[in-house]
Every structure is written in structure tokens, then in C-alpha cells.
Design a binder for this molecule. Structure first.
Ligand code: ZN
Length: 430
């Protein structure tokens, strides 16, 4: 097994990955760049206090009220049609539910942190559009400083034939790297050293930043699963047997491929992704926890629907799916994958055995489908859907400290059982 690199190095690698991702998205043709009129205060983040939408399906205007001018970059993406606005880290103090309903060319929009020092607003469009105008206005006539974005309808052919409207990632340059404040990385209780040979467990709270995940009763999946994941980390670390690392410890967006890459860079021995599901009302009610493993063919329709929904996280967070590199497939990866899947399935069964003693499980609690976040060929990976935020009883559990503590305990037990068996058969350090 490869020696484990220093934790800080890996963390900064993750940040660099995020920066590279932003960099590539920042260098789009058709990007509109602002002229900074005033540098933001170093210590407190600018505050966004309100938004307004105006116009119609030909021309739509978005206005964001701020307490100080900010810099930004705006660019369109296709498939699905979106406009991304990257800005310095902003404290969003917007009314609840804002962005769920759109107007004109804007179907809906989301916002949130995508990296330390960097926030993003993602607009879902009703169709192809160009950024006709984008600027930050200084306070004037009793109005606060504002970010104003004007979109204009274009036809699909125009959008795709005009390179300045299309993303041009190949042209990414240093100059396109956004000005990012010194990253403030959340403190990690366990710092790896070269001699730390404990197995690495990666805990992956789903979603984050502009990607809220499923939502119900004022609760966002991204917050529920982060709370659960942090509690699970603390529980496992108490045992001292494993080194635990998280793909995110705050409300930050992490693309799916970066989560997988992170686990592989850490030489993780286990990857546990934490999610909570929701069922559209027209499809009835469902409840209980479900454990998912990777499979080319979904075990049933619901598993397929869910994998599709979870795989949309990248589009929701403003990553251009068409630019994702195709996965390398060769015989070695295939062999590793087969072994990895056997371990993933074994862990999933152990997890079910433990969880069912403390937690209500779905009537078919073990399923499989093509989840992108489970695709590391060499890291046993499972995805836990803790329950349905759309179900009243499940939601009560999901927000209950007591339920969380019991369920965290059963997941920690399963991890122990998994490694006890694995280390007994494979020897230490494997
Ligand atoms: Zn999810």
C-alpha cells in the first residue's frame, strides 16, 4: 500500500483541485469580468442581503443587494443551460426559499460556498441565453451596492456556434485564477504523519454549497448529512483505530469526481458517503435507511432514480459535466474493481446487520446503482441514505440527537467489524 502523505499536503491538494476546477471554469469564453472598484474588507465577508428578478423570457435581470462592491466572473454553461457567477466568499443573508422560483429566462438559482474564499451563484436557465450585461454598481440614490446580471435569450444554434458563449476550458490560464482569500481550513483533530499506518476511513457528507440536496420542512439534506458525518467522525476517532478524513467539514460544494479522487489520494481503506433521500409526493411515501453499492445495472427503478438524482450534484453545483474527463478503463482497474466491489458488498451487509438493530431500515435495505461517487476502483465504497426527508417519521429521526447518536454508533460498529475481518485475513497495513 502506498505510504500516506502528510495530511496538510493532501488538504492543500484538495484545495488546489478546487482552485483548478474554478480556474478552468473561470476561463470560459464569454466570461464577463468585473473591475474591482474597492477591495473588500479583509476580516469580514461582504453581506448579500436581498435579491430581485425582473423581466421576461426574452430578457431577464438579476439584482443582488450587497453591503460593499465585490469582484465577480460570470459565464454560461450548456447541457443543461446555466449561468455561473463566481464571487469572493459572501455571507448570504437572503430570505429563506429564495431562488426556488424563477422568472423569465431564470428557472431557479442557488448559491453557496464552493471553496474557502469563494462563493458561487448558479442559475438554471429555461434555455440558451447570453450574458448581455453584468456589473457591480456602487451605492447610489439610496440603493446599496448591487451585482446586476442581464440575460438575453439566444437560440441554441447561436449559443453553440459562437465560441464566446461556449465554455473554453482549454484556454485556461494562470491569469484566470480568482483572487482567493487565504484558505481557512477547518481544523482536523487527527493529523497524519508518515508513521500513521492506521487504515484511513473517508466520510463523505453529500452535497454542500449551492447544492442543497433534497429539502423538506425547512431542512436541507446537505446540513443533515454534515451533522451526521461530523458525529460519525468524532465517534470513530474516539476509538483511535482509524484515521478519519472528511471530504468536507463545512457548507462547501465538492464535485463528485473530487470526492473520489480525494479518497484515492488518501489511500483510503473505506469510503462512506452519507445522504438522505426524498420521494416525490406523487410516488407515494417511503421510509427507512438504505445502503447502496456501485453497480452498472441498478437493482431496481428506485435505485436508478436515486443514482440519477445524486449524480446531478455536479450540474447543480455548476460543474460542466461535458468537460469531465472520460474514465480510464483497463484490465488492471477492472481486476481491482472486482475485488473492491466484493469488499464494498461485504461492508454493506455488515452495515445493514448493525444498522437494523438501531434504525428503521427501508423494506429493501440493500441496493445498487451507478453512483458516480462510489466509483473509486480501489476503495471499498458505500453510500448510506439515512432516511427520507419527505417522510414525517424519518425527518423526525434525522433531526433527533438521540437517533443520530444511536445510528452513528451502529455505523461505527460495522466499520469495526469490517476491519476486524479484513485485517485478520489480509494482515496489518492493508
Ligand atoms: Zn444526496
Amino acid at each position: 500500500m502506498a505510504s500516506r502523505a502528510n495530511h496538510h499536503v493532501l488538504l492543500s491538494c484538495v484545495l488546489l483541485c478546487a482552485a483548478a476546477l474554478l480556474c478552468s471554469e473561470f476561463a470560459m469564453g464569454g466570461a464577463v469580468e468585473s473591475q474591482p472598484s474597492k477591495p473588500p474588507a479583509a476580516s469580514n465577508f461582504p453581506v448579500a442581503s436581498d435579491v430581485r428578478l425582473a423581466g421576461d423570457s426574452k430578457q431577464t435581470r438579476f439584482i443582488l443587494d450587497l453591503d460593499q462592491p465585490i469582484t465577480f466572473r460570470a459565464f454560461p454553461l450548456a447541457d443543461p443551460y446555466r449561468v455561473i457567477v463566481d464571487i469572493p466568499q459572501v455571507s448570504f443573508q437572503l430570505p429563506a426559499g429564495v431562488g426556488t422560483a424563477g422568472r423569465g429566462l431564470i428557472k431557479a438559482f442557488r448559491y453557496g460556498l464552493v471553496m474557502p474564499g469563494g462563493s458561487r451563484i448558479v442559475f438554471d436557465l429555461t434555455g440558451p441565453a447570453k450574458i448581455a450585461n453584468a456589473q457591480v454598481l456602487d451605492a447610489a440614490n439610496g440603493q446599496p451596492p448591487r451585482l446586476v446580471l442581464e440575460l438575453e435569450e439566444v437560440d441554441r444554434a447561436t449559443f453553440h456556434s459562437r465560441p464566446e458563449l461556449r465554455p473554453a476550458i482549454a484556454d485556461a490560464t494562470e491569469a484566470a485564477v480568482p483572487v482567493v482569500a487565504k484558505p481557512e481550513v477547518a481544523p482536523k483533530p487527527q493529523v497524519a504523519t508518515a508513521t500513521d499506518l492506521r487504515p484511513v476511513v473517508v466520510i463523505d457528507p453529500g452535497h454542500g454549497g449551492p447544492d442543497n440536496g433534497t429539502q423538506s420542512g425547512g431542512e436541507s439534506e446537505k446540513n443533515l448529512v454534515l451533522g451526521f458525518a461530523l458525529a460519525l467522525r468524532d465517534r470513530i476517532e474516539k476509538g483511535g483505530k482509524y484515521r478519519v478524513v472528511m471530504t468536507r467539514t463545512d457548507d462547501t460544494f465538492i464535485p463528485l469526481a473530487d470526492r473520489v479522487r480525494f479518497a484515492r489520494n488518501q489511500s483510503a481503506a473505506l469510503f462512506v458517503s452519507i445522504h438522505a433521500d426524498a420521494l416525490p409526493r406523487r410516488e407515494g411515501d417511503a421510509q427507512g435507511a438504505t445502503i447502496y453499492t456501485l453497480s452498472d445495472r441498478a437493482s431496481d427503478d428506485e435505485a436508478e432514480r436515486l443514482a440519477e438524482a445524486e449524480n446531478k450534484a455536479d450540474a447543480i453545483g455548476g460543474v460542466n459535466l461535458t468537460e469531465e474527463p472520460t474514465e480510464v478503463a483497463d484490465i488492471l482497474i477492472d481486476l481491482a474493481q472486482r475485488e473492491t466491489r466484493a469488499f464494498s458488498n461485504r461492508f454493506a451487509r455488515m452495515l445493514m446487520g448493525e444498522m437494523k438493530t438501531t434504525t428503521r431500515m427501508h423494506k429493501h435495505p440493500l441496493k445498487s446503482a451507478g453512483f458516480r461517487v462510489l466509483k473509486a476502483p480501489d476503495v471499498p465504497s458505500v453510500l448510506i441514505e439515512l432516511g427520507y426527508v419527505s417522510n414525517k417519521d424519518d425527518l423526525e429521526h434525522l433531526v433527533s440527537e438521540n437517533w443520530r447518536s444511536r445510528t452513528v454508533g451502529s455505523v461505527a460498529h460495522a466499520i469495526d467489524a469490517f476491519f476486524a475481518k479484513r485485517l485478520a485475513t489480509a494482515g496489518p497495513g492493508n
